[in-house]
Design a protein around this ligand. Structure first.
Ligand code: IVH
Length: 667
């Protein structure tokens, strides 16, 4: 009887280890959380009744007792080194040249994301985790074994065959962005101090003395190297990584192998993907793939010659707030903006950062003159992430919430439950008028080329233009009277304005600048209602029947079309000749239904822009994608079609000409 209980304990442990491996390493779980928890529960119960059969590497034994004193010291069997850095393509090429010279041939390289966490060495003996240590000064670190045991993705026992007797796995402990945010929210809810970034959170958590607390922190680990090993695991870096993965160790994904050229491309690709990754990275680590070549290259001081970290431009930088200004947007939203002492961050010089709203100012407690940390990630507008209190000794008074619009002095309002404060001035407010016009002429709206922000400012200031309809009343004579406007450019502007009259219903709706009606919603509304009149008279139920339109958007739409001044401007625009093809008519005549299909457009079309063609395809139910894949139903190839056409041909995707497309549209 008891022998069979013992066998059950072993089988359960093995089964759970298998699920851990599938979940954490392969990223392909085959059971859900509930089933997993049931297995763990059964194991815990059996072990509670038969403590003599509990092994230290049982999945139930992750959380141990708190050490009496702090962490003890671990002397690393093999030193944990650091990496040299390169900061641009030229420096990377120098690294390549140096290694090429020393090796007598261009090396094959690997590239992998450089995780922003802290280095860890985990020692396995006979496949069982016996010790884990931080890097420390490289020669010796802290013994964090009890804490590391709580990290769920780190196996307590390795799996598979041919595991060396001694194997030190090295890699990075880090925290995923989502996990970091959730954890901070929880800490805040408990009234505890939050961490400023995932890196600090990972470091702070791993160095907690109480393993129980560490177990509650969502730490992750990826291996990128090794220390002492009693038997070789491969002849290349990539091969060793594959071995580690086969032992059940989670390995840094996204390993690229190739020539220096390939690595350069990988750098660009990784930089573009950077903000979409689930965790923060601060560069790409490049290594010589062959271990024999690595040995030839050797080490200099505390870093290997065979590897380097190609850093990304920093996304965070410290600077100073010069002033906090208030900006009034198109919909009257008053946005506080921090004017900054210019600072180079995320690859550009930044001198403004959005503060979003007054709740955010209060949360950050940011004031003019403060030293702040700002962040610019990808194309995202720069943000103030925190005040550097230590560096902001004498502080100014906090900015107060305005009661009147800073531009037109109309009263402001704050809808209940909203963080945003709005000017109630509408068209009376010069700022809203200008923003509204800028939106109206923008590329995805009426697309009036040649009417930019500067010209609109002048036109508004001179009183020549107040509403979008006024644009269509402008004459060359009006424009040549303006400063620095030659006859030729004046007539170009007038022509561009006239050309914009031919548009689509979706563009027109978007151009109107109805609150919360972005490009996509405008498109859906145009398709659903077909005609402007029908949409203008639609009641709430009819609006809410449209996908993506909820009660808030529906009420904004109704509100907009009910306002006499808006109706008036629309009437004027139509009278002045703004028009679009009658899509309702086409749709009802056509029996074409492209639902479920994915179309891609490439090359130059003669009779319409790609945007227009895409709009019509969407009107017929198709999805329009930007790249060709095996899932593409059809590629429309205009003139000068390039790689997409080649790819579609290679994949055997249906290819249509513009003429065939026009036939499909019934044109
Ligand atoms: S290889 C000989 N690969 O970056 C040192 N390091 O700046 C071998 N790091 O201490 C390190 N991701 O903590 C390597 N894919 C990666 C890495 C990586 C992050 C960290 C590591 C190291 C530091 C050096």
């Amino acid at each position: 009887m008891s022998e069979s209980v013992r066998a059950r304990i072993e089988a359960l442990a093995e089964e759970i280890r298998g699920h851990d491996y599938r979940y954490h390493v392969l990223d392909a779980p085959i059971i859900g959380d509930t089933q997993y928890d049931a297995l763990l529960h059964e194991l815990k119960q059996l072990e509670a009744r038969h403590p003599q059969w509990v092994t230290p590497d049982s999945p139930t034994q992750r959380v141990g007792a708190k050490p009496d004193q702090g962490f003890t010291e671990v002397v690393h069997a093999i030193a944990m080194l650091s990496l040299d850095n390169v900061f641009d393509g030229a420096e990377f090429l120098q690294f390549v040249e140096r290694t090429t010279e020393r090796l007598g041939a261009t090396p094959e390289l690997t590239a992998e994301p450089k995780l922003d966490g802290l280095a860890l060495s985990i020692r396995y003996e006979q496949g069982v985790l016996v010790q884990a240590a931080t890097r420390g000064d490289g020669a010796s670190g802290e013994n964090v074994t009890q804490n590391v045991r709580t990290i769920r993705c780190i196996p307590l026992r390795l799996r598979g065959a041919h595991i060396p007797d001694v194997l030190e796995v090295r890699g990075e402990v880090f925290m995923r962005r989502h996990a970091f945010e959730a954890m901070n929210q929880q800490l805040a809810a408990q009234g505890e101090k939050c961490f400023v970034n995932p890196r600090n959170a990972a470091a702070g958590s791993l160095r907690q003395l109480d393993p129980e607390v560490v177990a509650s922190r969502p730490l992750s680990f990826y291996a990128y190297g090794w220390g002492e090993v009693s038997a070789p695991l491969g002849e290349t870096h990539a091969a060793v990584m594959a071995s580690l993965q086969s032992f059940g160790v989670p390995v840094n994904p996204g390993l690229v192998i190739g020539s220096p050229d390939r690595i350069e491309t990988a750098y660009q690709e990784l930089m573009e993907r950077r903000d979409q990754l689930a965790y923060e990275i601060d560069g790409m680590v490049v290594k010589v793939n062959s271990l024999a070549a690595q040995e030839t290259l050797g080490y200099v001081a505390r870093a290997p010659r065979f590897a380097t970290a190609w850093k990304f431009p920093a996304q965070e930088a410290a600077t100073q707030v010069i002033a906090i200004d208030l900006q009034v947007g198109r919909t009257g939203a008053i946005t506080p903006v921090a004017r900054l002492k210019p600072v180079f961050v995320g690859g550009v010089t930044v001198s403004n950062a959005t503060l979003h709203n007054f709740d955010e100012i209060e949360r950050l407690d940011v004031r003019p003159g403060d030293a702040v940390m700002i962040r610019r990630a990808g194309d995202v507008i720069p943000q103030v992430i925190r005040v550097l209190t230590e560096a902001s000794a004498t502080r100014t008074a906090p900015v107060s919430i305005p009661t009147a619009c800073p531009v037109c002095a109309s009263p402001v309002e704050r809808a209940s439950g909203e963080a945003v404060i709005r000017c109630t001035g509408g068209f009376v407010c010069g700022a809203q008028r200008l923003e509204h016009l800028k939106h109206f002429v923008s590329r995805k709206a009426m697309d009036i080329d040649g009417v930019g922000e500067r010209l609109l400012e002048v036109l508004c200031a001179q009183g020549l233009v107040q509403t979008p309809a006024d644009l269509y009343r402008l004459t060359t004579a009006d424009l040549v009277n303006l400063e620095r406007m030659a006859e030729k450019s004046a007539s170009n502007v007038i022509e561009a304005i006239a050309a914009s009259k031919q548009t689509t219903l979706a563009r027109f709706l978007y151009a109107l600048g109805i609150r919360d009606v972005g490009e996509a919603t405008a498109r859906t509304l145009a398709t659903a209602f077909g005609q402007l009149e029908t949409l203008m008279d639609a009641d709430e139920a009819a609006l809410m029947a449209v996908e993506d339109v909820g009660p808030v958007v529906a009420s904004h739409i109704q509100h907009f079309f009910r306002a006499p001044e808006n109706r008036h401007v629309i009437d004027e625009l139509l009278e002045l000749g703004v028009s679009w093809p009658d899509t309702a008519h086409h749709a009802s005549r056509s029996d074409v239904d492209l639902s479920g299909q994915t179309w891609v457009l490439t090359g130059t079309l003669e009779t319409m822009t790609r945007d227009e063609a895409a709009e019509r395809l969407r009107g017929l139910g198709a999805k329009v994608a930007s790249s060709v894949s095996a899932k593409t139903t059809c590629l429309v190839a205009g003139s000068n079609a390039g790689s997409k056409l080649a790819k579609a041909e290679a994949l055997g995707v249906d290819i249509k000409t513009e003429t065939e497309l026009l036939e499909l549209f019934g044109l």
